[in-house]
Design a protein around this ligand. Structure first.
Ligand SMILES: Cc1cc2nc3c(=O)[nH]c(=O)nc-3n(C[C@H](O)[C@H](O)[C@H](O)COP(=O)(O)OP(=O)(O)OC[C@H]3O[C@@H](n4cnc5c(N)ncnc54)[C@H](O)[C@@H]3O)c2cc1C
Length: 377
C-alpha cells in the first residue's frame, strides 16, 4: 500500500518540534517524508510559566540551536520554600530561563520548517485509527495515511485515545495569570519562587512567582499547581491562589485567570501502540514541579530514534519504546520525581512540612541538585 507520508507528527509544541528536528539530524530521508499537523497557527498562545531548565538547552544545543537567540528572562536563583523559608539553587550560568511560549514554540517550528519539515497549521486532528500496516489520521480538513504517527498533541491528546491501556486521569490542575509591567515590582526580576505553603490547604503542589517579559518589559507570571495524585477532596484553587498572592498586594480580580492541565508521568502507563508513539505531555511529564518543556524535548529525541529503528527493521510494533523511555536518563529522573511527588504531596501536616523545608532543607537541596536535574547533559 502507498502511504501519504512515512510519519505524521501531531502537534508542533516542544515534543513535536523536537521529534522532527531529531529526525532531520539522524534520519534525513525520513524527515523528508514527515508531515506535522497543528491545530493553531504560530505564534499561538500556550498557557505556561515558560521556565526552561538547562536540560532543555543541552538538547537544543546538540541540535545546533542557540536558545539565547530567543528573548527571555534569566533566572539566577530558584527558591523553593514553605511559608517563606527553604532553600535556593543558583546554578551557573543560569538556574533557568523564562520564555514567552508563543515565541519559543514559533522559533522551534520555524527551525523545523527551515530544515525541511512540512508543517500544516490550522488543521485539527480528530481521530487516529491504526490499520494493518499503518494509521489513518483524520483531520477537520482531510484524511492522511502514514506508517507511523507521533502524538505530540499535549495533555488533552487525541492521539492518546488510540493507545490501548493509556491511563485516564493523571492530570494536574493549574491556574495562571500575568501581572503586567506597570504593576510589577522592580525587585526580584532574577528570582523564581516556588512556595509549597498551599499543601496545608489540601493542594498537592505549590504556588509560583516567576519573572517574565511582556513586550520586552519585566512582568510576573503567577500561578498554582495541584498534582491530584492522591485521593483527597478537590479544593477550589481560586481562593487559595488569591490568598497566596494577597501577601504581595495582588488581587486576582484585577487579572484574567487561565487554566490548563498537565498530564503527569506514570511508569505503569502505556506510551505506544503499533504504529503510534506518544511524546511530551501526551505521554506524561514531571509530577513534582510540572516541568514539561525539557522533558517534551527529551521525549522527541527518544521518539525520533524509535522511528528510525522501526523503519530500519520494518517493525512498527514499538514494543520496546516504553522500556527505552524507562531506562533512559530522562525516564530515571521522571521516576525519581514521581516518587518525590508521591511522598511530598502526601504529607498534609504543616508541622512535618516545616520540618522538611526548614530543618532538612539542606538534604532536599542536595537531593534536587544531585538526582533530579542535569539528565540531558
Ligand atoms: C499553567 C502552566 C504552566 C506551566 N509552566 C511550565 C514551566 O514553567 N516550565 C516547564 O517546563 N513546563 C511548564 N508547563 C508544562 C509545559 O507547558 C508542557 O509540559 C509542555 O508544553 C509540553 O509540550 P508538548 O509539546 O508535549 O505539548 P504542547 O506544548 O501542549 O503542544 C501541543 C501542540 O499540539 C497542538 N494540538 C493539540 N491538539 C491537537 C490536535 N487535535 N490536532 C492538531 N494539533 C493539536 C497544540 O496546539 C500544541 O501546539 C506548564 C503548563 C501549564 C499548563
Amino acid at each position: 500500500m502507498q502511504y501519504d507520508y512515512d510519519i505524521i507528527i501531531v502537534g508542533t509544541g516542544p515534543a513535536g518540534a523536537s521529534t522532527a528536528l531529531h529526525l532531520v539530524q539522524i534520519a534525513p530521508e525520513l524527515a523528508k517524508r514527515t508531515l506535522m499537523l497543528e491545530k493553531e497557527r504560530h505564534p499561538r498562545p500556550k498557557l505556561c510559566g515558560g521556565g526552561v531548565l538547562q536540560d532543555g538547552e543541552f538538547i537544543l544545543s546538540r541540535l545546533g540551536m542557540d536558545i539565547d537567540t530567543v528573548p527571555h528572562v534569566v533566572v539566577k536563583e530558584a527558591h523553593f520554600q514553605f511559608e517563606g523559608r527553604g532553600f535556593f539553587i543558583a546554578r551557573q550560568p543560569v538556574s533557568f530561563r523564562v520564555f514567552a511560549r508563543d515565541l519559543f514554540d514559533q522559533w522551534l517550528a520555524d527551525e523545523a520548517r527551515q530544515r525541511g519539515i512540512q508543517i500544516v497549521e490550522g488543521t485539527r486532528v480528530r481521530k487516529v485509527t491504526p490499520t494493518d500496516g499503518g494509521v489513518i489520521v483524520e483531520t477537520d480538513q482531510a484524511a492522511y495515511t502514514a506508517r507511523a504517527v507521533v502524538g505530540a498533541d499535549g495533555s488533552l491528546s487525541v492521539v492518546r485515545r488510540a493507545v490501548p491501556g493509556a491511563r485516564t486521569g493523571h492530570t494536574a490542575r493549574l491556574l495562571e495569570f500575568y501581572i503586567p509591567p506597570e504593576n510589577t515590582p522592580p525587585e526580584n526580576h532574577d528570582k523564581g519562587i516556588f512556595d509549597y505553603k498551599v499543601i496545608g490547604q489540601g493542594v498537592q503542589g505549590y504556588v509560583w512567582n516567576f519573572p517574565m517579559l511582556s513586550d520586552g518589559r519585566p512582568a510576573r507570571n503567577r500561578g498554582i499547581f495541584d498534582l491530584r495524585m492522591h485521593d483527597s477532596p478537590l479544593q477550589d484553587l481560586r481562593p487559595i491562589l488569591q490568598q497566596a498572592v494577597a501577601e504581595d498586594g495582588q488581587t486576582l480580580e484585577d487579572y484574567a485567570l487561565h487554566s490548563h492541565p498537565i498530564r503527569w508521568f506514570d511508569p505503569e502507563d502505556s506510551f505506544a501502540a503499533p504504529h503510534i508513539l506518544l511524546a511530551g505531555d501526551a505521554a506524561g511529564v514531571d509530577p513534582t514541579y510540572g516541568e514539561g518543556i525539557s522533558f517534551a524535548l527529551g521525549y522527541g529525541e527518544l521518539a525520533a530514534h524509535e522511528l528510525k529503528a522501526a523503519f530500519a527493521r520494518d517493525d512498527f510494533s514499538f514494543s520496546g519504546y516504553k522500556t527505552r523511555i524507562l531506562k533512559s536518563r530522562m525516564g530515571v529522573i521522571l521516576k525519581r520525581r514521581r516518587r518525590l511527588a508521591a511522598m511530598l504531596y502526601s504529607i498534609r501536616n504543616p508541622n512535618i512540612q516545616r520540618l522538611i523545608w526548614w530543618r532538612l532543607n539542606f538534604l532536599l537541596r542536595w537531593y534536587v541538585e544531585t538526582f533530579l536535574i542535569d539528565w540531558a547533559k
